[in-house]
Each structure stands twice: as C-alpha cells, then as structure tokens.
Design a binder for this molecule. Sequence first.
Ligand SMILES: NC(=O)c1ccc[n+]([C@@H]2O[C@H](COP(=O)([O-])OP(=O)(O)OC[C@H]3O[C@@H](n4cnc5c(N)ncnc54)[C@H](O)[C@@H]3O)[C@@H](O)[C@H]2O)c1
Length: 437
Amino acid sequence: MPTPVDIAPARGKLGILLVGLGAVSTTTIAGVFAIRKGLAKPIGSLTQMGTVRLGKRTEGRSPKISDVVPLSGLDDIVFGGWDIFEDDCYAAARTAGVIEPSLLDKVRPELEQIRPWPAVFDQRYVKRLEGPNVKKGKNKKDLAEQVVADIRRFKADNQLDRLVMVWCGSTEIYMTEAPAHASIETFEQALESNDPSIPSSMIYAYAAIREGIPYANAAPNLTADIPALVSLAASTKAPLAGKDLKTGQTLIKTIIAPGLKARLLGVKGWYSGNILGNRDGEVLDDPESFKTKEESKKSVLDYIFQPQLYPELYGDLCHVVRINYYPPRGDNKEGWDNIDIVGWLGYPMQLKINFLCRDSILAAPIVLDTALFLDLAKRANMHGIQEWLSFYFKSPMHAPEVYPEHDLFIQLMKLKNTLRYLKGEELITHLGREYYD
Ligand SMILES: NC(=O)c1ccc[n+]([C@@H]2O[C@H](COP(=O)([O-])OP(=O)(O)OC[C@H]3O[C@@H](n4cnc5c(N)ncnc54)[C@H](O)[C@@H]3O)[C@@H](O)[C@H]2O)c1
C-alpha cells in the first residue's frame, strides 16, 4: 500500500474571504447558512455529498469524501469579503435575486452581519461598474497592504485558524502577460509605480498569497495566473486554483464534447448563444470584459477535440460564443447550443441543447468545494497550482509545459485519485484485469 500523506487536522475555524459580494458569493454564503440550519441540501457539492470508491469493486467501499479526508465542517466556516457597494450580504442577496426571499429571510440575521470592507477598485478594469465603497491609497502597494490589514483583522476578530480567498468579483478587461508579471521583484516594483498592467484582482491575489493563504479565481481574469504570483505561492506555500468557474453552458460543453470525441464523431460547428440579465451579464456587455470571458469559453473545445491529432474530424471547427445582456431574465440564464456533427461517410447531423440554468445555483457549490479543498491542500502541504481542481474551472491553471485538461471525466478521475493518494489508497486505473484472471 502507498504511504498516506501527513495532513494536519481541520481544527478550529476557517475564514472564507470572498472578493465581491455579488450573485455567486451571496448564493454561496446564504446557501451555507441555510444548509447549516437544515433548511436546504448542498446539491452539486462533492465535499458535502460526494463519495469516493476505495479499493477493488468487490470490496464495496465507497465512503463519503468528507469521511476520507479531513475537511472543515460547515459550522466552522466564517465568511468575510469586500465589495464596491456598501450593501450587507442580505441586501446584496436580495439585489442578486437568486435565492427566494422566503428562504433568505430565515438566514437574514446571519447575512446582515456580513458587511463588505471597502474594495480595491479601478474602473479602468471593469468599465460598467461604479460604487462608493472603495479604498484610497498612495499607490497599488499601499492598497495591497490595506487588504493584508483587512485579512489580519478579520482573522484576529473571529479567532480563525486558517483562511482561504476566492475572487468572486466581476470579470475584468482582457489582459495578457506583461513584463511586470515576470517575477515577484518586477511585480512589487510595478505595485509601487502604479503600473497599469496590475488590475485590482491581482492586488487582492498578491495580498492573500503573500500571507500564504490559498487563493482561487472564480472569474476568467489573468489575476494569479502569472509567473510572479505562481512563484510567490511556491515560497509562501499557498495553493492556487482557477480560472473561471465551469458552470452553465461550458459545463454541458465539457460533458458532451468528450462523448462525441470518444466515438470519433466529427464536429463542423458549435454555436453557443446565451441571454443573461444579472450584473455579471451587464459587465460582460462591455466588449473588453466579454473578450476575457470569450477566450476562456472558447479554449475548451480545442483541447478536448485535439484537432492536431484529428484534422479530418475537428480541423475546421467553427466555434462561436455569444452572450447577450437581457435584463428580464436576471440570473436565470438561457443558453442555446447548435452542434453540427458529421458521422460515417460524412453524413451531417445536428444536436440542439436548450439549457435553462441558474448560473449562481451552479456556481455556489463550486465556490464551497474549491475553498474546502484548497484548505485541505494547504494542510497537506500541497502548494502552487492544484491541477486536481481543474474539474471546477473553464480555464484550468496548469504547468507551462503541459496543456490544460478540459475533459470533465478525466478531471474527476484526477480529483478522486488525488484524494486516494492523500489517503495512501491504491489509485484506480480502471484496468480491471484482476476480476477476470
Ligand atoms: N455565476 C456563474 O455561474 C459564474 C460562472 C463562472 C464565472 N463567474 C464569474 O464570477 C464572477 C462573479 O459573478 P457574479 O454573477 O456573482 O457577478 P456579480 O456582478 O453579481 O458580482 C460581482 C461583484 O463583484 C463586485 N466587484 C467588482 N470588482 C470588485 C473589486 N475590485 N473588489 C471588490 N468587489 C468587486 C461587484 O460590485 C459585484 O457586487 C464574475 O466574474 C463572473 O464572470 C460566474
């Protein structure tokens, strides 16, 4: 048997720091409070409902994940966060309009206690937003120090043992790696000189990682996915995960596409349209923020289909993604996918998917799982990019020398094998010869 990894127990309280108290964050927080009170079920969450098979199929051992690895319990979580609006978490959840008021009212006192701290915000990076609850500082370094002070105060005031940060703020404008991102030295100089290649999200990520706090990015912004912050995470032993939660349409895409590919059915075209009416939709109505999202959404098919290996099947794929801001729908997004497939002898077929989803209802369990698994990674002394959490993201962070894994089923196997590895259990290869020998 392999040796189990030494994992520190999940003793005491875990603080979950959320940047941006919008639809995703408030749905996560209110959901955890409702689940704690037994008012609702944590559907969609592996940490709360998932099991993992251990050993051979004949052994019948499939315990709950939470019984296999030490995870923080929901009662031990304390939430805190920042937003550019002053609304407390109850008011913000009402504005987001995801959870019914009748349920929100049952957790109202707990939600009202969460008031966002002033944010690090610059409209240059999110054009469609403006709010009053914003920090002032000498330069970006000073703003980062203010975020560190918020984190330390939150930890002391609530007597927390450990912390995790998840960026649930708006999607920032499209940015690519710049010279300032190359090393921690260039990055810190850039903070001092207010370099425009450092958006607000990077300031929070820097603050968390410098404190050794696990960090995840729920949005597609570059943020922690730069050499400077990846190397800082290595030195402070902070685990990292991201980017861009894999919810609605992309989740379905990464379920359907591996199936078509497995049977070597060709795909000539994939048209994805969406209507969305929440604040996220409003921010994404700005072409510069949409570009960040579009890049994230489009990359999945290239990696799943591997057109370089199958040029006749996927070489000419036309992949189009559109998001239209349509206020009447609020958070209840509707997506249409038209997939033009090619079969035996080149005969064309079509597949149509109409997904009426609730974006933040799909996102909340992922925020919770990512936070709990990152805290586990920290206690297991696993730092830097946590590729086993690719399962949750549209643009998984990965080592420079490998391509990202987008196939949901391979991602799940990687996640569960990581749990088996941590426990010193045999990894499951699905070879299964032993049952027939
Ligand atoms: N809902 C989903 O299913 C889903 C899926 C994948 C990714 N995402 C991403 O998650 C993020 C949050 O989505 P949402 O639906 O909650 O959006 P939202 O607009 O409801 O919430 C975002 C919040 O972040 C705040 N904010 C923006 N910049 C900030 C800053 N610099 N500091 C502090 N607060 C800031 C905004 O004021 C807003 O309250 C978006 O980037 C979105 O693209 C969401």
